[in-house]
Design a protein around this ligand. Structure first.
Ligand code: PMP
Length: 404
């Protein structure tokens, strides 16, 4: 079993067991550390024969194709989907852009696209640009003072004019968790499609796309104990069929002449060019790594640690929490009284505590809740009580410097 003091997960992560100890890595919302087995599986793939997928008939190509497609199945099962509903992307950002381009034909002048005020720029700017291109209106679901979205306002304002709703499952700035099933219900009631940015959710919640009832769900491998450069765009069959391809090239075509081209079937139609084969294998390996631990145990470890960190920060006289959402996972934003977050970031680093400071790629939310930015503490499976205590000790030392 595992406890807050002695988490059994940490031993699997080589970067947290090296010589630069004790190092409190509290920046998993940016990227998670990678377990040994993922490194090994990626290396083994290259060692056993690296080849392109779906093309040649030699044994290296067969091996690569099998591993790549098996990885797709692993990812699909992880979120309760079927393999053909999983499109490989380079990450959440590319997935959101594929959607904004692929759904452009649904949006006409005067139509509305709704995003929430707490979106990461990757689930905001693609929709903003689409709205600008189509003379449509980008509308924001406002955020209340505690960091939750104003659902009542959204309910009141939503109409048939809305074609797309794009919301984060979990906010990357403050960890607020959105009521996705209800948002899906509302979007569908008006005939709109709902896009859910799951970048901060998949590693920390039990994600089942059927329960969420969304049309699209996006996430990145590097926040899920996998490598960078790989991510997933899930869509229901009907929702994926709606997407017009916007990236053209090999793999995504069926027939090509100089005059015209026809498209391959799903999921390949949306995967132009050589995919990140080793990345997909590495991400599937990360999922297998996670699956060896009971989900309840993993989630409970993170919940307890989050509660501990919140309690420690709340009772610290120099800490100001940013946002107190009703439901939160994995992330806490705060400021130190009288200290600019950027100055704090540099000092935390000196005390071997990795935190992130700034607007966290969510400027509208930052302007609303903490115009100067904030310090973000985010958790991974490998964190323990010692990491939080080290962060609190660093806060004490930083405040001593500023109080002098
Ligand atoms: N959405 C959210 C909520 C995120 O936290 C991030 C990464 N910080 C992204 C989107 C973008 O992910 P990526 O950079 O991997 O495409």
């Amino acid at each position: 079993m595992t406890s807050l003091k002695h988490t059994r997960y940490r031993q699997f992560f080589p970067s947290l067991n090296g010589t630069n100890q004790p190092f409190a890595y509290l920046d998993s919302a940016a990227s998670t550390q990678v377990p040994e087995v993922v490194l090994k599986d990626i290396e083994q793939y290259y060692r056993q024969g690296h080849a392109n997928v779906h093309r040649a008939s030699h044994s290296f190509a067969r091996h690569a194709t099998n591993a790549f497609e098996l990885a797709r199945k692993t990812l699909a099962e992880f979120i309760g989907a079927k393999a053909q509903n999983v499109i490989w992307t380079s990450g959440t950002t590319q997935a959101a852009n594929l959607l904004a381009d692929g759904l452009a034909h649904l949006v006409e002048e005067g139509d509305e696209i709704w995003v929430s005020e707490l979106e990461h720029h990757s689930n905001l700017v693609p929709w903003q640009q689409l709205a600008l291109k189509r003379n449509a209106v980008l509308k924001a679901i406002p955020v209340l003072g505690n960091g939750d979205i104003d659902l009542a306002y959204f309910r009141q304002q939503l109409s048939e004019k809305c074609k797309i709703v794009a919301v984060a499952h979990v906010s990357n700035s403050i960890g607020a968790t959105q009521p996705i099933p209800e948002l899906s219900r509302l979007a569908h009631q008006y005939g709109a499609k709902i896009v859910v940015d799951g970048a901060q959710a998949v590693a920390h919640l039990d994600v089942d796309v059927n329960r969420l009832a969304c049309d699209y769900y996006l996430f990145s491998g590097h926040k899920l104990y996998g490598p960078t450069g790989i991510g997933v765009l899930y869509g229901t069959e009907q929702a994926l069929e709606l997407l017009e391809p916007s990236v053209f090239g090999g793999e995504m075509i069926s027939k090509v002449s100089f005059e015209t081209s026809t498209w391959n079937s799903l999921p390949y139609r949306l995967e132009a060019g050589t995919p990140n084969i080793a990345g997909a294998i590495g991400l599937a390996s990360a999922i297998k790594f996670l699956s060896q631990f009971p989900l309840k145990e993993r989630l409970s470890h993170e919940r307890q640690l989050l509660a501990y960190a919140l309690q420690q920060l709340k009772q610290h006289p120099k800490v100001e929490l940013i946002g107190e959402p009703m439901m939160r996972v994995g992330i806490i934003a705060f400021n130190l009284r009288g200290v600019h977050p950027q100055d704090a970031a540099t000092l935390f680093d000196q005390y071997n505590v990795a935190l992130r400071c700034g607007h966290h790629c969510a400027m509208p939310l930052s302007h609303r809740l903490s115009p100067e930015g904030s310090i973000r503490l985010s958790l991974g499976l490998y964190n323990n009580q010692q990491d939080i205590d080290q962060a609190i000790e660093a806060i004490d030392k930083i405040m001593e410097l500023f109080d002098e």
